[in-house]
Design a protein around this ligand. Structure first.
Ligand code: HEM
Length: 204
């Protein structure tokens, strides 16, 4: 690689990888504060799997509820809430003529709320991911990491980060977002909490 390519690679990994994951975590803490029953189940799993020690990579397969929390948070608050493409040539898509140069947008925010695949779409229900839901729904019903040739290259790494950071923090702390401080989503390039996410950390 040239120096310039190396710089570009480092830059894109940093830009694409850090805010997205941080946003997924922020929305997860908000949803967990709103749903004490989900928080209790998460805590029970951490007590059962980890006891008194911090999680390691080897614990990840056993942290199933933690993984469901990450999936369900990104269903309701996908850090990448839309992705776009430009047609390079005239084509027909699902019976619709798309002229060359047209912009096509796909919205995770909307697709993830499709009641055909996610009953009670607005409810935060980590359990819905039990039984390998991903294999039962169409491939693009849930696509927080995009898909096809440009699927997020950090997909698996991000899932590991989410599960390990949620487990590490929730073992010792409870981030509480008061109802009055619940931010509105801001539909920027990423899905940000408008004005930030104020939370109080309660020590366990
Ligand atoms: C929860 C965390 C993350 C989410 C929601 C996310 C989401 C996405 C999405 C939707 C795309 C596809 C964009 C498109 O098709 O136009 C993408 C691409 C990409 N992501 Fe992620 N991402 C996350 C974490 C990461 C991490 C941790 C890294 C790197 C360490 C990363 C690096 C990349 C790169 C390099 C691409 C471009 C891939 C390509 O075009 O070939 N992402 N990401």
């Amino acid at each position: 690689m040239t120096d310039e390519q190396l710089r570009d690679e480092a830059f894109i990994l940093f830009v694409a990888g850090h805010e997205t994951t941080a946003l997924a975590l922020s929305w997860s803490w908000m949803l967990l504060s709103q749903h004490p029953e989900a928080w209790a189940k998460l805590r029970a799993e951490l007590d059962h799997v980890l006891g008194d020690r911090p999680p390691t990579l080897a614990d990840v397969p056993a942290l199933r509820y933690t993984d469901w929390v990450a999936h369900e948070s990104m269903r309701l608050y996908p850090p990448a809430w839309s992705i776009g493409r430009e047609a390079l040539e005239d084509l027909e898509l699902g019976g619709v003529a798309v002229p060359r140069g047209a912009q096509l947008w796909m919205f995770q925010w909307a697709a993830h709320r499709d009641a055909r695949y996610f009953p009670r779409p607005e409810a935060f229900e980590p359990e819905r991911w039990d039984g390998d839901l991903l294999k039962k729904i169409p491939r693009f019903a849930y696509f927080p990491f995009g898909g096809g040739p440009r699927l997020c290259i950090g997909n698996n790494f991000a899932m590991l980060e989410l599960v390990l950071v949620l487990a590490t923090l929730a073992r010792r702390w409870r981030p509480v977002v008061r109802p009055a401080d619940r931010p509105r989503p801001q539909f920027s390039i990423t899905l940000r909490p408008a004005g930030g996410m104020r939370a109080t950390l309660q020590r366990r």
